[in-house]
Design a protein around this ligand. Structure first.
Ligand code: EPZ
Length: 437
């Protein structure tokens, strides 16, 4: 186990590049179940979750080609392949018949549910462990299941597993009662080989869904409307493997914007998907952060570290991303005035509040709202990460604090950020990873 030691107070400067999107890579990896043959996936980030997904695929006869230095011994001791030759992920789908995503892997990464749709579409059978909840909420998958049933799948849920069968799924008109990102992705992947047309209403519009649709189209799928609330998929008989480069990670880019906003200084974030970051950029500008689009994905961000309190409400895309809520809250802890932060997507995504209060933040949570009263100073403390984005928020608060902080359980961070502390150190942060005693 490791922890981060962070000495706060340094102003940030220099430049940092944005990696590939975790939440685009995961569904795209799952989509390799849909056609036999070789795939080259580029710009896939070296993250623990990517390693876990490649381990899951290896149990489903899709092998990632790994060189020795791309192996990674995860916190659960599983030796997993993160990425292969020069950072490209080479995957071969051997056309096997295995169709079980077991609890041992699924329990470590909820996104394993993304195997359900493609397995059912391609192998007519799937046995996938229910993902279970996580720190931020119950995370049900009822909408995934009901949509597949509407497409003709015979599904039983028992003993913690989803057992699904269907010789060939049928196109259907499906309306999601709640906007669900992986639900939209799962059904899109189920529909591409179905018999007939599937229309998804109230579909999620996240950019990662468009990235998945682009990959599926390259495989020969017929999809229109992705990026809107209504997606049409015309099923085809067969798909082919494809090469693809994953979109940049808008949440990693936004996390670095918040780090500079909170710590102060001036830096360039390069390779960011700027057009997909409008809501966050608008909120940071309202708080007084100077953000200049230099073109070509380069954002210049400048802050004197003393900002105006700003209210945000998390919403499905293109609204303010729930995955940026903890990082933005950290920035608001020292803003002048009082900010109201409403979390409308997940029922328990304020786990970082108690830890921020240990650093001297003044925050009151009532139901799904947090009232953040700006304080003059945060004091360094030992804090504990609870989930991926909460840990990023704690690191940002530690950069803003006087004296030294320790952030423990940073395996949460390693799930979604590649070389996070190295990139922050490149920007001038006094941060290092040490073995936890
Ligand atoms: C995806 O999770 C992301 N994960 C999450 O990012 C992100 O926070 C979330 O979308 C919202 O944007 C990946 O893409 C791998 P949802 P997902 O289904 O798909 C309810 C990160 O930090 N719901 O859109 O699991 C659910 O409870 C992670 O990178 C049902 O009720 O989220 C929630 O309240 C965290 N039934 C709401 O919908 C269902 O069947 C939105 O969840 C499915 C979802």
């Amino acid at each position: 186990m490791y922890k981060l030691i962070i000495k706060g107070g340094a102003k940030l400067s220099g430049a940092v590049s944005v990696g590939g999107a975790k939440n685009a890579s995961l569904p795209i990896l799952a989509a390799t179940l849909l056609a036999e043959g070789q795939y080259i996936l580029r710009n896939v980030p070296k993250l623990h979750d990517i390693g876990t997904m490649s381990k899951l695929l290896s149990q489903l006869d899709v092998q990632a080609e790994c060189d020795k230095n791309s192996r990674f011994c995860g916190t659960d001791g599983i030796d997993i392949c993160l990425s292969s030759v020069n950072g490209d992920l080479l995957l071969t789908n051997n056309g096997g018949a295995r169709c079980e995503a077991l609890y041992e892997v699924v329990k470590t990464m909820r996104a394993s549910i993304l195997a359900l749709g493609p397995l059912l579409a391609k192998r007519s059978k799937a046995r996938v462990s229910l993902p279970g909840g996580c720190a931020i909420g119950e995370r049900p998958v009822d909408l995934h299941i009901s949509a597949l049933e509407a497409m003709g799948a015979d599904i039983k849920v028992s003993h913690g597993y989803i057992d699904a069968e269907c010789s060939r799924l049928k196109g259907a008109d499906i309306t999601f009662k709640t906007i669900t990102v992986t639900g939209t992705e799962n059904i899109m992947m189920a529909a591409v080989l179905a018999d007939g047309v599937t229309v998804l209403q109230n579909a999620a519009q996240e950019p990662e869904i468009v990235d998945l649709a682009n990959f599926l189209r390259r495989m020969g799928a017929k999809i229109t409307g992705d990026g809107t609330h209504c997606i049409q998929i015309e099923g085809v008989d067969k798909l082919r493997p494809a090469d693809y480069s994953v979109m940049p990670d808008r949440i990693e880019a936004g996390t670095f914007l918040c780090a500079v906003a909170g710590a102060g200084g001036g830096a360039v974030i390069t390779g960011a998907p700027v057009a997909e970051m409008k809501a966050l950029i608008s909120s940071l500008k309202s708080a007084g952060v100077k953000i200049t689009d230099k073109g070509g994905g380069d954002l210049f961000v400048e802050s004197d570290g003393v900002l105006n309190a700003t209210d945000v409400t998390t919403m499905p895309y293109p609204g303010f991303p729930t995955d940026m809520q903890a990082q933005f809250m950290a920035v608001m802890t020292k803003a002048v005035g009082t900010s109201l932060i409403n979390e409308t997507i997940f029922e328990n995504r304020f786990m970082h509040v108690a830890e921020l209060k240990r650093m001297g933040a003044d925050i009151t949570v009532k139901d799904s709202s947090a009232v953040v009263r700006g304080v003059k100073e945060l004091s360094g403390a030992q804090v504990m990460a609870s989930d991926l984005r909460a840990s990023a928020g704690l690191v940002i608060a530690a950069l803003m604090a006087s004296n030294t902080s320790e952030v423990q359980r940073i395996y949460h961070l390693d799930r979604g950020y590649e070389d996070f502390e190295k990139k922050l150190a490149l920007l001038g942060a006094d941060i290092k990873r040490v073995k936890a005693s």
